[in-house]
Design a protein around this ligand. Structure first.
Ligand code: IPD
Ligand code: CA
Ligand code: CA
Length: 280
């Protein structure tokens, strides 16, 4: 299949922007007004009227502007026929737990994969009126101003972020050991609760690195291209090429990538040693 031209990428970026901005207004209007908050299956995995209304709005815009493209939407699943090579990944409300508590860290995230590779992304946090955008070869912006990753080169000077997936109570494959170890090695590790904003905040240099497991394509497609275009690096934990479907990624400013990858590997033995030598 022929890759989209820069002109086409710009058009798709404008489509993504229209979608996140329109849905963002819905999120802002409904925040604190919700009558019904339900669990989707796993404890803590919430869905609200806001997720559904925001998703319906994004779907309506995509169907009107790019009717031939396939869509993967968090609440509606896979929609359309797969013959174009274009797949939109939509998270209508990334940071639902925050949102349900009126904690203002959540966003709408709309990304476009071309033959499985993220190429266009828009993320909008209506609570800070922040719009992050990026497209392959077109750069990355925050509120239309170019952004770049931080220059931090050492873990000891870095501020990181991670998250804990909803299966955290069902598996030993958590990132609890990594969270503890990296908290010792860095200036801090945040758990902000919105994967798309975590990636966006690495892209604009507020944070130096991010890692997480248990993610879905709608959480990360837009953030990946925005971060890449801002000069960041994204791989698997062991620095091998990212496999989107693995749901596991290491995303940094590039400078601390290798050190953070090594630290993730060292975390479990460090924690075991920490507790066995602890005096308390
Ligand atoms: C979640 C958030 C959170 C991450 C979870 C995601 P949701 O998305 O991005 O930061 O830790 O893994 O599922 O449920 O708020 O859309
Ligand atoms: Ca999400
Ligand atoms: Ca969501």
């Amino acid at each position: 299949m022929q890759q989209p031209s820069q002109n086409e990428l710009q058009i798709f970026l404008d489509v993504a922007t229209e979608a996140v901005m329109t849905a963002g207004v819905i999120l802002q209007d409904l925040c604190g007004q919700l009558e019904k908050i339900e669990e989707k299956g796993r404890p803590g995995d919430l869905v609200t009227e806001a997720d559904q209304k925001a998703e319906a709005t994004v779907l309506e815009i995509l169907r009107r502007r790019v009717p031939e493209h396939q869509i993967l939407a968090e609440e509606s699943g896979l929609l359309g026929i797969d013959d174009s090579g274009y797949l939109w990944a939509i998270d209508p409300l990334d940071g639902t737990t925050n949102y349900a508590h009126s904690y203002p860290v959540s966003a709408v995230s709309v990304g476009l994969l071309v033959e499985g590779v993220p190429q266009v992304g828009a993320i909008y946090n209506p609570f800070r009126n922040e719009l992050f955008r990026g497209a392959k070869g077109l750069g990355a912006t925050l509120n239309h101003r170019p952004i770049r990753v931080s220059k931090t080169t050492q873990l000891k000077s870095s501020l990181l972020v991670t998250g804990f997936a909803y299966d955290r109570c069902e598996t030993k494959d958590t990132n609890y050991p990594e969270f503890c170890y990296l908290t010792h090695l860095t200036q801090g590790v945040r758990r902000a609760g919105s994967a798309s904003l975590d990636l966006a905040n690495v892209a604009c240099g507020r944070l130096d690195g991010y890692w997480e497991r248990g993610l879905s394509p709608w959480d990360i497609t837009a953030g990946i291209i925005i971060l890449e275009e801002a000069g960041g690096k994204i791989t698997a934990y062991d620095e091998s090429p990212l496999i989107l479907e693995s749901g596991r990624l290491l995303a940094t400013n590039g400078h601390i990538h290798h050190s953070l990858s090594r630290a993730l590997d060292e975390a479990l033995p460090w924690l075991q040693n920490f507790y066995s030598n602890s005096v308390v």
